[in-house]
Design a protein around this ligand. Structure first.
Ligand code: CP
Length: 300
């Protein structure tokens, strides 16, 4: 993982020592910019599903590293409009021989197939409901900056854990880095993963947690029959001032974004000094720059 020319699709080969090396690299990039590479290198950033934070922070990371980002915005005047398939689009982009490809796509795209087929690295920028490793890494990096170590810490994830690629990547990363993940949410949206503890009452979960992460309630992925009303969801699981009182005084608050204000989190919670939401976004640039530089062969 993160070796020269390696891809980042999930945490199957997660090695805590290498992840620590990545975090140190990101930390040093945050303190002091390294010179750009300036070797005429370019990366393709292929965006087949909506994104703001991940797309822009990978672009920022590439800019900081001196690698040109060629952005394929699948929502905007590409040959997808003329009926070209995603597969053909990726094959054609790959034929331009980028140094790496960053890709956000649905789970219908077989990323593993492309990793096998091409010699340059693929960096998963959010893959359907499957995984979002760079998001889990930047969340873990952000918490580690507060705690100094992640080992033994407790992260409560609240909401639609079943459809969350962020939660899925945290469950895998937590096993490598030694933090514990628990979930709380509507029963039909809970993960059945064996490594995750479940709280049926959010109050008990909040008292247990060293950090709480609210997830975006993904209305677009839900079966209408099973759907919670927004008001019901907010009443049962929304983070608000009353619920913050149940958290430990030094527990941190996270959200990967984008946020449904007033559903999974009230706007005033974002102003709480324990809220790290924008810190997560800032840190995303350095963690992604470290990923890019490491898979291109730079040493931390
Ligand atoms: N957290 C996250 O993946 O945000 P975007 O969908 O805006 O990239």
């Amino acid at each position: 993982m993160f070796a020269k020319n390696s891809s980042l699709i999930d945490f199957n080969l997660a090695n805590p020592k290498i992840i620590e090396k990545l975090f140190s690299f990101a930390q040093s990039l945050q303190m002091k910019a390294l010179p750009p590479r300036n070797n005429g290198e370019y990366a393709i950033v292929a965006i087949f599903e909506a994104s703001t934070r991940t797309r822009l922070s990978f672009e920022a990371a590439l800019a900081r590293a001196g690698i040109a980002a060629l952005v394929f915005d699948g929502g905007l005047k590409t040959s997808l409009e003329k009926g070209e398939s995603i597969d053909d689009s990726i094959l054609n982009m790959a034929a331009m021989n980028p140094q790496l490809m960053v890709i956000r796509c649905g789970e219908n795209v077989d990323l593993e197939k492309y990793v096998q087929k091409f010699s340059f690295p693929f960096l998963n920028a959010g893959w359907g409901t499957k995984s979002h490793p760079s998001q889990a890494l930047l969340d873990a990096f952000t918490l580690r900056q507060q705690w100094k170590t992640l080992a033994g810490k407790k992260l409560l994830i609240v909401g639609d854990v079943k459809h969350s690629r962020v939660a899925s990547s945290h469950i895998d990363l937590a096993q490598a880095l030694g933090y514990e993940v628990a979930q709380c949410g509507p029963s039909q949206y809970l993960s059945s993963h064996s490594q995750i503890k479940t709280f049926s009452e959010i109050s008990a979960g909040l008292q247990w947690a060293d950090a709480v992460m609210a997830l975006r309630f993904q209305f677009e992925r839900h079966d209408k029959e099973q759907e919670f009303s927004r008001d019901h969801y907010s009443a049962e699981y929304g983070l608000n001032q009353k619920r913050l009182k149940q958290l430990k005084a030094d527990a941190w608050i996270l959200h990967p974004g984008p946020i449904n204000h007033g559903i999974e989190i009230e706007s005033d919670v974002l102003l709480d000094p324990r809220c790290l939401v924008l810190k997560q976004v800032s840190n995303g640039v350095y963690v992604r720059e470290a990923i890019v530089r490491m898979v291109l062969g730079e040493n931390a």
